[in-house]
Design a protein around this ligand. Sequence first.
Ligand code: ATP
Ligand code: MG
Length: 249
Amino acid sequence: MVKNRVIGVVSGKGGVGKTTFVANVGLSLVEINNDVTVIDADISTSNLGMHLNLYQFPLGLQNVLDGDLDIFNATYMHPTGLKVIPTPLYIQNPRKSYSPNALKNLLENEAGIFIIDSPPGLNRNVDLVLKASNEVIVITTPDIASVTDAMKTVKLARDNGIKNINIAVNRVSGKYELTREEIESACDAEVIGEIPEDKAMKACLMYGTPIVLAKPYSKSSIAFRTIAAKIMGKEYQPPRFLFIKRLFG
Ligand SMILES: Nc1ncnc2c1ncn2[C@@H]1O[C@H](COP(=O)(O)OP(=O)(O)OP(=O)(O)O)[C@@H](O)[C@H]1O
Ligand SMILES: [Mg+2]
């Protein structure tokens, strides 16, 4: 049997940081010597490629799902060694819908760690991600609207038979927010990590350089690396003299 882990990164509410999370956690997992492929399954509004400065690809996931291309030829290599299965920025067949098991069938015989960037919401394309995943990380921001949608997403993942479900709380600033304990209790799932609000994220997207590469000692980068270590069942050891490195790095 092929050994793989397929981690779906999903959210109820849109714009909460799924793609940012997939790019940064994917890179952090590569740093600790893992074979990682990130997949852009946000077929109609894809942008994982933008986060990673990968624009030059004519073909991607959709062509694999269409049966016109194999996974190997749809996989691009980021300079760090992170593998990326992107979705082209233009829409090819916007109304085409796939069998819910289409992505699962593709990944079943592939080895390694796969992290799937999902579209937001609870619609058919999310089904494609949930059916393919054996683990799920639900991204939420610490506000009541996003957490309410996260609760529904956790339930949907459970209804799909997924047992390993965690929450990652993004854009934490500590003001007028639900606490970690409140979010865990509302969603009935454990929080795997909290990523702080970080003004530098905007520039990272602009330049196609995720924060773990652009500002490796920032609090948000350390949060992404801590989560990557947890995913591997390890405890993250922060670099020595972090505060001083942060000042200069
Ligand atoms: N921790 C953070 N601090 C500040 N800005 C952030 C943070 N995380 C993400 N952002 C910003 O929020 C915006 C949305 O992020 P992203 O595209 O990752 O969300 P998404 O959940 O993938 O959105 P969609 O649902 O549309 O796919 C981006 O501009 C990103 O730079
Ligand atoms: Mg996204």
